[in-house]
Design a protein around this ligand. Structure first.
Ligand SMILES: NC(=O)c1ccc[n+]([C@@H]2O[C@H](COP(=O)([O-])OP(=O)(O)OC[C@H]3O[C@@H](n4cnc5c(N)ncnc54)[C@H](OP(=O)(O)O)[C@@H]3O)[C@@H](O)[C@H]2O)c1
Length: 261
């Protein structure tokens, strides 16, 4: 059964770009009140204007999710503003490309802060109140990188494995409470991801690239349809499941070949 989002409030992190913009469009089209959160204000204001013109109520919040103090302040301000988060889309994130030993620690540190710690912190901040109210939906954004060790994205793929495992375990813990946790694992998607990560997409990545709007539509449909997880795109699903059947060392070598230009 698909859940209605009329008058529900949805927080979308990373709503200034790529998938976050498309998640916000999907949720607004289903009647949700939107809270857009990221560091860059201008693209979120532009998105807010677009969604308001279509009749949505939208709030814009600038926050650096890598900062624990800022995350606490952000959640406290939402409470003071009377905004109750019914749907949490933990989408903000980025990758660091390159051989692990050559990557800058400061970038890895910031990546783990956003992709792992902020996602976990926001989930912990909002889920207890959802459970008390007897309703909530959490959509966590992992990656097909979560399914196998991935040379040149070693720490990023490991971080997304964490997101995958956390989310499935949490969904089981929450059964019967009215709160569900869905994890969406996109493959290569046309966003700013590769520019931010510092990678020129490989032939394999160009071949399997999906549109962000398609990925967001499938992720939101999975969340509202009560699924615990979805890998977007059939080719991505086949690859992710096939790698699970291989010895881990072999799947790491295969991923390493597919990452090569
Ligand atoms: N595109 C792909 O191929 C792909 C594949 C699998 C998974 N994913 C995942 O999809 C999610 C969305 O990425 P995308 O592809 O849409 O990339 P994107 O276009 O680069 O968007 C990333 C978003 O994350 C936000 N963000 C990054 N650091 C932040 C911080 N410290 N505080 C607050 N917000 C922050 C950015 O906002 P500001 O810079 O304005 O803060 C931006 O809105 C990520 O979790 C990514 O790992 C992407």
């Amino acid at each position: 059964m698909t859940v209605s989002l009329e008058r529900r409030t949805a927080l979308v992190t990373g709503a200034s770009s790529g998938l976050g913009i498309e998640f916000a469009r999907e949720l607004a089209a289903r009647g949700a009140v939107l809270i857009l959160a990221a560091r860059s204000e201008a693209p979120m204001q532009a998105l807010a204007s677009e969604l308001r013109a279509a009749g949505a109520t939208v709030h814009v919040r600038c926050v650096d999710l890598a900062d624990a103090v800022a995350r606490e302040a952000f959640a406290a301000q939402l409470e003071r503003d009377g905004l109750t988060v019914d749907v949490l889309v933990n989408n903000a994130g980025f990758g660091v490309f390159g051989p692990f030993a050559d990557t800058e620690w400061e970038r890895l540190d910031a990546m783990l802060a956003v992709d792992v710690v902020a996602l976990t912190h926001l989930t912990r901040l909002f889920v207890p109140a959802m459970r008390s109210r007897g309703f909530g939906r959490v959509l966590q954004v992992a990656s097909t990188g979560a399914f196998q060790p991935t040379p040149t994205y070693a720490a990023y793929a490991a971080a997304k494995s964490y997101v995958l495992q956390l989310s499935h375990a949490l969904d089981v813990e929450l059964r019967g409470t009215g709160v569900r946790c869905t994890v969406v694992s996109p493959g290569v998607t046309a966003t700013q991801f590769f520019a931010v990560a510092g990678q020129r997409p490989t032939w394999y990545q160009r071949l399997t690239r999906m549109q962000a709007s398609t990925v967001a539509r499938q992720g939101v449909a999975a969340m509202l349809g009560g699924r615990s997880g979805i890998i977007t795109g059939w080719a991505n699903a086949v690859m992710a499941h096939a790698t699970r059947l291989m010895p881990r060392g072999l799947s790491a070598r295969v991923a390493g070949v597919l990452m090569r230009n």
